[in-house]
Ligand binder design. Structure first.
Ligand SMILES: Cc1ncc(COP(=O)(O)O)c(C=O)c1O
Length: 377
């Protein structure tokens, strides 16, 4: 909690403002031509706080970067326009034609599109694997493997990545191990502590927490963040200072919110597991879940608020359940205070729930009445 509140923050030098100001500026003015040149040179050499232009770096973005770096246990971090901006900055800064990427075969769909429709045609080889199958990962390694990329738990099938074991495979291969930690956040899981090299986030989700902005962030070594910053800058994926201010505001309460998301997620997962209309449910906190044993080794503070499940009545059940919920929005995205239900007609009519921070009894009552409507179909 202390790092979430204090890291990256300092009293404003000019005004004494305690809350970090929003430096809503495109450019920065200098006393002299030489001072401008020195700042540009320092920035180009990797100094993240040599401000000269806000596409490259900005003091409000820096507050967020230092805060997330502290929470992830990273040397440095880089704020980006979106989660996809963050993922793009990492992939473009680490991979080049002729390199091989071992990729989880289940990922957020736009990450898959970026890799399959942009990176592959540029000459990057890709092998998709079931990331919960260590033998399959080992078998996929080639002499030119430069990266293993996965989500800490995959979206939406909820396959858990055994981070220490994958990090060892990656190290032996001389590859970078990159983990999208959007679903868990550093409050529940710190991939760098288990051997990952780089962590990425859609900060749109839990880090921001309030569903009111789009943002992304990368964390890792200072050297890797320097490379990612050059690509973020070239791709035009810069974070807006206002968005970073909102996300930093959200991160200050992240540990409190993740506690509530985890308690509520667990309670709802149990309701779903025990209901006769539910065919299967995936939530790593359930002791009946395939990922439970391995996830328990990594996650002493809870398992978050994301659940995927399918009802036996398939398509009509998916629609009836989602439309009957009174507290949940039927929407894409996740990690909001507000519960969100995401029906997936293209994925066998499963439903992904992002369980919010409402009172657990209210959520249980709402999910139960929606399941009752499904039972009456
Ligand atoms: C796991 C994961 N990673 C990355 C992204 C992309 O983030 P953004 O929407 O902020 O670009 C998403 C978006 O849903 C996601 O779920």
């Amino acid at each position: 909690m202390t790092a979430a509140i204090h890291a990256g923050e300092s009293v404003d030098r000019t005004t004494g403002a305690l809350a970090a100001p929003i430096y809503q500026t495109a450019t920065f003015a200098f006393e002299s031509a030489q001072a401008k040149e020195d700042a540009v040179d320092a920035s180009m050499e990797g100094s993240p706080d040599a401000y000269f232009y806000s596409r490259t770096s900005n003091p409000t973005n820096r507050v967020l970067e230092e805060k997330v770096a502290a929470l992830e246990g990273a040397e440095d971090a880089l704020a980006c326009a979106s989660g996809m901006g963050a993922i793009s900055a990492v992939l473009f800064s680490q991979l080049t034609a002729g390199d091989h990427l071992v990729l989880s075969d289940n990922l957020f769909v736009i990450t898959e599109i970026l890799i399959n429709q942009t990176l592959r045609p540029l000459g990057i080889e890709v092998t998709p694997v079931d990331i919960s199958d260590l033998e399959a990962i080992r078998a996929a390694i080639r002499p030119n493997t430069r990266m293993i990329f996965t989500e800490s738990i995959t979206n939406p099938y909820m396959r858990f990545a055994d981070l220490s074991a994958i990090a060892e495979i990656s190290r032996d291969a001389g590859a970078k191990f990159v983990v999208d930690n959007t679903f868990f956040t550093p409050s529940l899981l710190k991939p760098l502590a288990f051997g990952a090299d780089i962590v990425v986030h859609s900060a749109t989700k839990y880090l921001s927490g309030h569903g009111d902005t789009v943002s992304g962030i990368v964390a890792g070594s200072a050297a890797d963040m320097g490379l990612a910053r050059i690509q973020m800058d070239a791709l035009g994926a810069a974070a807006s200072p206002f968005n970073s201010w909102l996300v930093a505001r959200g991160v200050r309460t992240l540990p409190l919110r993740m506690r509530q998301h985890s308690a509520n997620g667990h309670a709802i997962a149990e309701v779903l597991r025990d209901h006769p209309e539910v065919d299967w449910v995936r939530y790593p906190g359930l002791d009946t879940d395939a990922a439970h044993d391995v996830a328990s080794k990594y996650m002493p503070n809870g398992f978050g608020g994301m659940i995927s499940f399918r009802m036996t009545k398939g398509k009509p059940a998916m629609a009836t359940f989602c439309e009957s919920l009174e507290l949940a929005g039927v929407a894409v995205s996740l990690g909001d205070l507000h519960t969100l239900a995401y029906p997936m007609p293209k994925r066998d009519f499963m439903v992904r729930l992002s369980v919010g921070c409402e009172d657990p009894d209210d959520l249980i009552a709402d999910v139960t009445q929606a399941l009752d409507k499904v039972a009456a179909l």
